[in-house]
Write a protein that binds this ligand. Sequence first.
Ligand SMILES: Cc1cc2nc3c(=O)[nH]c(=O)nc-3n(C[C@H](O)[C@H](O)[C@H](O)COP(=O)(O)O)c2cc1C
Length: 436
Amino acid sequence: MSESFNRRVHLVAHFPGVNSQTVWSDPRSGSQIDFDSFRHFAQTAERGLFDYVFLAEGLRLREQKGQLLELDVAGRPNTLSILAALAAVTERVGLVGTLSATFNEPVELARQLASIDALSGGRSGWNVVTSPDAFHGGNFRRGGFLPYEERYERAAEIVDTAKRIWAAPGEHVDVNGKHFSVSLDANQPASPQGHPVIVQAGDSPAGRDFAASHAEVIFTRHGADDAARAFYSDVHQRLAAAGRSPESLLILPGASFVLGDSEKDAAEKAAHIASQQVSGGTAISVLEQVWGRDLSDLDPDGPLPSFDPVESTIRNGQVRHYPNPQATADEWRAKAAEEGLSAREVVISTTQKPAFLGTASQVARQIAHSVNTRASDGFVLVPHLIPTGLDEFVDTVIPELQDLGVYPDSYGGTTLRDHLGLPQPAGFPGSQAVPA
Ligand SMILES: Cc1cc2nc3c(=O)[nH]c(=O)nc-3n(C[C@H](O)[C@H](O)[C@H](O)COP(=O)(O)O)c2cc1C
């Protein structure tokens, strides 16, 4: 029996930028810096009626074994500058940037985000991250500033302070908290959407509780169906415990996709893309993150290391992908033995499996099914090409989603909050005129 779908799908476009998922060797691959790349990407997302364009943030260049990652050195323009420029060349799509709650100050952040909101007519959002480690602090003369446990406490206070400021254009604001003591006459413009939409990315129990209290969208890694449903229901329990309604928070996992003329064609393309994404050198670099030691002598086309991983910080500046290295190593060795895979093949099959694979119609159904079964409320799509990686999706999958009745035919409103179907927050001046 064919499944009937009754939950709306939300889509977000992640500009892939600085990461190893992007296939730089593809002749269609363009610049990660030129504004034309951002413009093409954002305008394609808008043509596809995506809720927002999303930029991650790297506060400090990442390094492995003391060497800067090549991709980081290649450059990444500042998030707020890109969003401001994109506001001028788009009309509806939301504009969300990642900004650290650990290494920024509330007054400055509130003003910057309110300005993007005003310039874009109420389309801005803030992905609140705590930044994972002491390494990032080097750029701020703070080193290991703030122990991990206190980062969500500061994040809660920075969001509360920003909201106090956003609620009071033209008024005086006093905040006396543990982390901030602020006294200002707020002169940012009033937001057309109450306040910028608050997004969160962070996975620990403290991170989930922070999201349940403060976030309106969660960007998560939990996209695969069973793990995603467990995450979805865990966060919804926390949301209810925080006294908030189920509609006040959307959960959007990151997801990659590969489209083909047939399932076989898509699978062949996916295998080719994965082999471009994971060279022998990339495979070694991933294995070093798990094994915690130098593996430059390992043959990537031979077996996985026979020795066990050690705890280390071989890689700096990146969220830890493998919190339990021994369990990952055991799992990967079992997989290699069962399927007869080399070290590189294990890395390819465990890290590069696209979330969605098939024809446009199959991919549309896979997405609709995930949302229908409450694995998520939609997805943050991460294409493997810049800047054209969304083109085919928008041309072929969006019409299929519309035919399934789970995706709109036009933007229903003008603000990001409208697109996400989020309630207008109480106590904010909305679109009222600001006193001169
Ligand atoms: C999906 C995801 C995306 C993230 N993106 C960023 C980012 O772009 N920049 C950043 O500084 N931290 C980023 N983080 C790090 C988190 O803000 C947080 O510091 C880290 O995950 C540790 O918190 P946790 O233990 O609650 O997960 C991300 C985390 C997750 C799970």
